[in-house]
Design a protein around this ligand. Sequence first.
Ligand code: PMP
Length: 379
Amino acid sequence: MYLDYNATAPMRPEAREAVMEAMLAVGNASSPHLPGHAAAARVDKARKQVAELLGCSPGEIVFTSGATEANNLALRAGYSTGGGVITSVVEHPAVLEAARELTADTPNALTLLPVDADGLVDLVDLHKALASSKVSIVSLMAANNETGVLTDLAPIVEAAHAAGALVHTDATQMVGRLPVDLADLDVDLLSLSAHKFGGPQGVGALFIRRGIDLPFRPLIVGGGQERGWRGGTLNVSGISGAGAAAAAVTCALPVEQARITELRDKLEVALTQQTASSYINGARDQRLPGVSSVTFPGAPADAVLSAMPEVAASDGSACASGAPTPSHVLLAMGRNREEADSAVRFSLGYATTHRDIDVAIASTVRAVAQVRQALGSAI
Ligand code: PMP
């Protein structure tokens, strides 16, 4: 049972087909001959498809190797105007580490906003940080990868813009799971990764709102591709797959969203009823449809997952390198180390079935009981 869509989703058939088709063709998208034009046409098509999913113009999309690169690029660009960076303690390492690296010589330039027990940033803290020094960029994630908690971006954008700061959002877990409309959401920069919504791994994009002109040096210089934001021959097959996945999810999203929410709710009701003392992490009504971070006190998540190899879920920190560090997200939400180590993240997606959920429920209930018994946990 694959329930780790937040780590990566299976590739959609439409994406597989587009990748294969582009791989079998020859052509560098920058070459001025027919095969080159054909490759450029595939990239143009994908750019339109991604733009349509986001409600922006194709010219506002820069393809990258993933959200990690897009986040690094966004922060680097935003920071180039000379003010500080505001982000939060629960961001993905691709934002946190990029922000730390950029501000290494001027640590005062970095503000990390705390979150409450639900995983939400307090607007009052943001206003205070914006008022205390000149800020170039505010970077807050649209949806948290561990808990699915959603950030209410509209008031954040309003406050940041009023203070003259740009807004970036890491929307890697949101894109393809909930509607995103950049005609309405006034962020300046947005990152995504194709493999989270059924495209291939190793392809992402940074949305850069038209008119934004920043004095930064790109991460990768070379042939000036992607309007100078990122040098290098375009990954035509990967980009084609990203476009096809974007087009598929644009059509399927309303149906998938409702179906996945129903499955997630079924999982949560069953797990919290059938395992004593378990609870869901993150704001109940402000979460992605398909994510469930469940703490089973007295049952370390790594032991629970080992006791149910038939269920591919996550112990919260698998997005990183597999190193056994406690979840910085759950710690920031006020959980202690033991609680943070006892959370299993189930993440569902477009191909998840009722049977997957039935098996996950039965396996988890059994595994938690087994681990608690083995450890003599008094629950
Ligand atoms: N941001 C978030 C919120 C993520 O969940 C991930 C993937 N775990 C990334 C960024 C990085 O994406 P990628 O590894 O595809 O570059």
